[in-house]
Design a protein around this ligand. Structure first.
Ligand code: SF4
Ligand code: SF4
Ligand code: FES
Length: 257
């Protein structure tokens, strides 16, 4: 087994400010960046804060930025960097820092709570639901999400624009609305909930200009933009310019509804 010493530059600080600190840490064959952070804690910086749980790319806790790119610390192999390269690790930029590499991601939990859950179809009990396999496959892709929030952190609509946060749910949660809107058994409309309208009017779908940056950083390789956001935008437009819907809205307005 070969080992070598690698240079790291890690952001240390808290909500009041901080800066990059240089370290030299031993690296062993096959290690990932989280291994190095753990060795650093064990040997030089026991107070270095980092959030992690599974070390298997499944819990979504170890999100950070490595050389400026949003990534999971536990799924980034050291072998992707040259041995003489300085590896810089910083916390996610779109969320407030708590300490060192740990950020406060509660923005995402607040957005999750704003999205109404699946509305079960009337007259059918769980176990009686029947769906086509292609519909199952479609939502299965979105359900691979591990809620790492790397896509949320990357999206330019909020990354440098704190002021957009109240009106923009972000790709992860626009994808959730799209998933529910595509669900053949979701009975939201029957209960008066128009998911397309809320996506556009309440959750900021119109801010998304389909740059696909969210898709590029997703560790689950979910085609967020192509399979969720673009189809959702198309359905919003279909609804808005559907002549039957247009006529219905006119009549409702005329009747003062
Ligand atoms: S595709 Fe839309 S949601 Fe994704 S990063 Fe770009 S603007 Fe944000
Ligand atoms: S969609 Fe991908 S990048 Fe976004 S939170 Fe889920 S797993 Fe992470
Ligand atoms: S520690 Fe769970 S995804 Fe990295």
């Amino acid at each position: 087994m070969s080992t070598y010493d690698a240079r790291f530059r890690i952001w240390r600080g808290d909500a009041d400010g901080g800066g990059l600190t240089d370290y030299t840490v031993e690296v062993h064959d096959g290690e990932v960046v989280l291994d190095i952070v753990h060795r650093l804690q064990a040997t030089q910086a026991p107070d270095l804060a980092v959030r992690w749980n599974c070390k298997a790319g499944k819990c979504g806790s170890c999100s950070a930025e490595i050389n400026g790119r949003p990534r999971l610390l536990c799924m980034t192999r050291m072998s992707v960097f040259a041995r003489d390269e300085t590896v810089t690790i910083t916390p996610m930029r779109a969320f407030p820092v708590i300490r060192d590499l740990v950020t406060d991601v509660s923005f995402n939990y607040a957005k999750a709570r704003e999205i109404p859950a699946f509305v079960p179809p009337a007259g059918l009990a769980p176990g009686e639901y029947r769906m086509k396999q292609e519909d199952v496959d479609r939502s299965q892709e979105f359900r691979k999400c591990i809620e790492c929030f790397l896509c949320q952190n990357t999206c330019h609509v909020v990354r440098d624009h704190e002021e957009n946060k109240p009106v923009f749910a972000g790709p992860r949660f626009l994808m959730r609305i799209a998933e529910l809107d595509m669900h053949p058994l979701d009975a939201a409309e029957d209960s008066g909930l128009d998911r397309r309208r809320t996506a556009q009017d309440d959750h900021g779908l119109g801010y998304c200009n389909i740059t696909k940056c969210c898709t590029e950083v997703c560790p689950e390789d979910i085609a967020i933009t192509d399979n969720a956001l673009i189809p959702m935008k198309e359905r919003v437009v279909d609804r808005r310019y559907d002549p039957v819907v247009w006529l219905g809205n006119r009549i409702r307005r005329r009747n003062g509804a």
